[in-house]
Design a protein around this ligand. Sequence first.
Ligand code: 0X9
Ligand code: ZN
Length: 298
Amino acid sequence: MSPFDQYLDYQQMCNYTQSLQEKYPGIINVSSFGKSYEGRDLQVVRVTRCKNHCPVMLIEAGTHAREWIGPATALYIIHQLVENNTNNNLVNGLDWRIIFLLNPDGYEYSRNHDHVWRKTRSKQENGCFGVDGNRNYDIHWAEVGAVTTKPCSSTYPGHEPFSENETRALKNYVLGLKGKAKFYLSLHSYGNYILLPWGYTSEKPDDIELLKDLAEIVGDSFSKNNTYFIGSPPELLYAAGGSSQDYMKAVLDIKYSFTMELTKTEWGFFIPSTHILSIMPEVYIAISEFAKGMLNTY
Ligand code: 0X9
Ligand code: ZN
């Protein structure tokens, strides 16, 4: 049975990463960095054979509950890194931290009750539930792309920054990496975008060219019929404050901070499980291009 011909539930994902840890104890370590609102462990999978001082590659998926292809892809990346020995240099020279499902409560709710659910599951005012994790960080919070007066909205940013266990846990986890994190990638869907900072403004960071050059190499790795579009959220989609990508770069000083909107298909968010395996390999090659770029830089 392949874990990639279906969308695993939260428990199956944990079982899968646990089984990899038992099989490859020297290279993979699974730990919890906090609890979700409903009390699920927030897990991070560390993959590395680094002896000392390797740049940390942080990948996070599953902020948005309905975007099931993100967590599936994160697990596929873990699987490739540990089981495919053509990747030895990526594991020897880099310290991967992969948060395969940041919003497990929302994900389970999307699987079991409401497929289109996007937010966390915390209780809000007016009998509403959930906060948009990608509007909840303390960076130009609620200034654009979200309003604090509508707790029922699917982009509700929360009553204050870091109101959510999940975003707070991620922030604290990254603070614990003390300047070692050099790369952050937030996996979302859909639309085939590699998004550059900033998300809250169409102004550019000073080092935008470095990030853009790398994104272009990554973009070129996709096949001709699977073009990825490169630019900032305001250029390609819409502006939004409070996003993880902006927070990681502006506040936690992770220079190379990206968001990918995976896939562009007729199904939008709801990709049939029979197609998962046809999507993953190209995304993995793209991720390995990001990784090679980091190896060459640090
Ligand atoms: O709106 C979002 O959070 C992302 N799109 S999605 O369809 N996956 O919900 C885009 C995030 C772009 N990044 C920033 N605005 N910073
Ligand atoms: Zn998303």
